[in-house]
Design a protein around this ligand. Sequence first.
Ligand code: ADP
Ligand code: MG
Length: 406
Amino acid sequence: MDIIVQKFGGTSVGTLESRQLVVEKILAAKKKGHSVVVVVSAIGRKGEPYATDSLIDFVGKVNNDISTRELDLLLSCGEIISSVVLVGMLQAVGYKAISLTGVQAGIITDGCFGSAHIVRVKPDLVTKYLKEDYIVVVAGFQGVSEDGEITTLGRGGSDTTAAALGVALNASVVEIYTDVNGLKTADPRIVSNPKTIDRVTYNEICQLAYEGARVIHPRAVEIAMQGNVPIKIKCTFTDEPGTLVTSSLQPYEETTIKGDRLITGVTQIVGITQVCVDTTGLDDPCFNMKFMSKLAEEHISIDFINVSPDRTVFTVPDGTGDKVLEIVKQFNVDAVLRRGCAKVAVVGAGMTGVPGVMARIVKALTLQNIQILQSADSYTTIWCLVDNRDMCAAVAALHQEFGLGE
Ligand code: ADP
Ligand code: MG
């Protein structure tokens, strides 16, 4: 059996017209002789009847602090509805199709409601129906914990479902269908002329995804990489080839060794607060140790950390600023919070050891009068923290500086 997994996100199943295009993509694969497993996200965005937000609003009318267990049970319905609708459409045009919940598809997770991790997949029922020539449509974004509770997988969860099924079923490819025709050098909602990248490695796309390129979830990439299942990112609305993700950019037969791309892309994450703690005059050498342990105890995830003798600087998600202030008070130190920042990242495996990349970043941002509030680097990524107001201009300037546009 040559199995392919096709995942259709919220951007693809939103309207009747787009769902008809989804059906066409599924049938095209089926007609080529593949066994097809489809993974779907929920139908509709905010305001529409079965969208995730609408379900939350609905139950919020009776209790807006309902337990995370019940919330997961509720949210899992969105994808189930979507899978049934799609199966209805496939059956209507004469195909054998069957919908499965995450539980039925054998998606086993840990017990962390709202952001569960898939721990293993037991796809017996999927395999059974594939053997009977069914198109199997699985509700994405959900699973079941070892003790039988329904869980959801958090943002990008359907990508993860698709990758996990792809690996478990030994699929020849996992196709992620969305509203853009592949991975681009920057978010097309921010930059007007990003290039579509035809091939990337798992590592490159994983880096971009972790830094904010939300076209695919990084966990999905990691899972596919572990099983060495290729991913294709394609557009539901066009027939373009999209982006192929594999472990190496070279086919086996070729022997030429091409250098890594200097820069693969520019990404952004918004909604960040910068915290600067003044530690001058503190005579407690264990301050940072105790302070950071306290933040961890309160489940505050910190990033962009920079410790020097007179100050400790880091970032937190915008929503946690007030909690950080409370903790700062307990430690009797002064801190300044700057809310509404964005982290812009320049990502590229080829930048390792190449002099002048940071100089070009600083030049590009300075020429646009954009202040860098903080920066950091690793061997494949340089990050700059900027004010949210400057985010779009910063991404565009960096994209242009490295000649990434079309
Ligand atoms: P889906 O509902 O299909 O999962 P998402 O909204 O999660 O779709 O992801 C698709 C979106 O990802 C695109 O509309 C695009 O705005 C955004 N995006 C961000 N960065 C990139 C990038 N580097 N390349 C392509 N798309 C990107
Ligand atoms: Mg998505």
